[in-house]
Design a binder for this molecule. Structure first.
Ligand code: GTP
Ligand code: ZN
Length: 397
């Protein structure tokens, strides 16, 4: 098995989202907003994708076309559907093609969802085209580098169920990851059929942020209800799902892909036809959209997502900028604009607390990434102990 397949089995592994295009500019919110706005033109109107162009149906867009140079004239653009250690599968208008890596590339450089240019004679991937978004996770272990999970995702369906799995702080973490990558976050509430009042969950999720493009409550086992998701799965649109184990992600992906519509080569089913992929893979949907299946994504940690946190909590971000002291901890400092807003009732104290926790977690994880082994281990241990303590208190899973 390739190393990516192995990684998906690491249940404690964490992942993160990071936009290449926005690197180094994470303090400038207008960058994120412009990026999201640009995405929504294509994501929400579908204007550049409704042509019957087979490449466009795979997600090809002017963004990628603009990256091609004269040197690429002899090469073929393909969308990566699966990645193994020594080979990858690329999807093109002619179907799936088996690819290998050129000398200066390895499996670690390529993500499912990537657009690459390949030499179809040698079947080598020559170059990865700059991504619109990039999802990666931090593999288990202190020194592990970020591992790529998926590229060029338009909409992330943050999936939770209308029961004990529903947790505002966890939803916010996923929203931060999506925003940091310039991916549209949508919240998908499953098991609505087993809940007396799904509307109450919808209301809570909707109130989290106006950056969330949709909040849906469905019975994931009812294909007619899953069909509502197709509004975000139009031609060329790429979606992915994250959320706890058992919330219905596989059920939904199976319904969206349908037994007959999935490209045979990139599908891994058992005899019962159940979707049992262990590695990440890109699947075509009936309506021309695509889904990136990322099995085994259970835990996530935040690091290097300060930009996403500031976008999600942009009101608090702006307030913090008005505090008298630049390094204000927003606890008891005089002239604290955040504290004043809490006192005035314009910002909820709980939300400020969740913001503070996310900031601190991001800072801790970002710091340990570049730290020597011993110190990082000690810090991680103490952070885990605090987490375990908090979990015990809340009875949270
Ligand atoms: N009644 C009901 N059952 C659901 C719903 N969504 C999922 N289930 C059931 O919950 C169980 C878990 O669903 P999965 O689709 O395997 O969940 P998952 O998120 O893919 O879980 P992992 O593969 O472990 O990440 C299955 O038995 C589903 O049939 C729902 O909306 N309503
Ligand atoms: Zn302050």
């Amino acid at each position: 098995m390739g190393h990516i397949a192995d990684l998906s089995l690491q249940q404690r592994a964490e992942f993160r989202v990071r936009p290449l295009a926005l690197r180094g500019k994470r303090r400038d919110l207008s960058q994120y907003e412009a990026h999201l706005a640009a995405l929504s033109v294509t994501a929400l109107t579908g204007t550049s994708f409704d042509a019957p162009d087979p490449l466009a149906a795979l997600g090809w867009s002017p963004h990628f076309a603009a990256q091609l140079t004269d040197e690429d004239a002899e090469l073929t653009p393909l969308r990566i559907a699966s990645v193994q250690r020594n080979k990858a599968t690329g999807l093109g208008p002619d179907g799936p093609q088996r690819l290998s890596y050129s000398n200066d590339l390895s499996a670690a450089d390529v993500a499912v969802g990537d657009w690459v240019v390949a030499n179809t004679t040698t079947t080598q991937i020559m170059r990865i085209l700059p991504r619109t978004s990039q999802l990666s996770r931090r593999a288990a272990g202190v020194e592990a580098k970020a591992q790529l999970l998926a590229a060029n995702v338009d909409t992330l369906f943050i999936t939770t169920s209308c029961n004990a799995d529903f947790n505002l702080a966890r939803l916010e973490r996923y929203v931060v990851l999506a925003l940091d990558a310039g991916i549209h976050p949508a919240i998908l509430l499953t098991k609505a059929d087993q809940c007396d009042d799904p509307a109450a969950y919808v209301a809570q999720a909707t109130a989290l942020s106006d950056k969330i493009i949709a909040v849906l409550a469905i019975n994931a086992k009812d294909p007619a209800q899953v069909d509502q998701l197709r509004a975000w799965c139009g031609p060329g649109q790429t979606v992915a799902f994250v959320g706890s184990s058992g919330v219905g992600k596989s059920t939904i992906i199976n319904t969206l892909t349908g037994a007959d519509q999935t490209t045979a080569d990139i599908r891994a089913d058992d005899a019962k036809g159940r979707h049992t992929t262990t590695a990440r893979s890109l699947h075509l949907l009936a309506g021309g959209g695509l889904v990136i299946d990322m099995p085994g994504m259970r835990e996530l940690g935040l690091h290097d997502v300060a930009g996403g946190i500031d976008v999600l909590f942009d009101d608090i971000f702006k307030l913090a900028g008005q505090c008298r002291f630049r390094d204000c901890a927003h606890v008891s400092e005089p002239g604290c604009a955040v504290k004043a807003a809490i006192d005035a009732g314009t910002v909820s104290a709980e939300r400020v607390e969740r913001w503070r926790k996310l900031k601190s977690e991001d800072k801790l994880n970002t710091t340990t990434m570049g730290m020597d082994r011993k110190r990082a281990r000690a810090l991680t241990r103490s952070h885990r102990a605090i987490q375990a303590e908090q979990r015990g208190k809340k009875g949270d899973k």
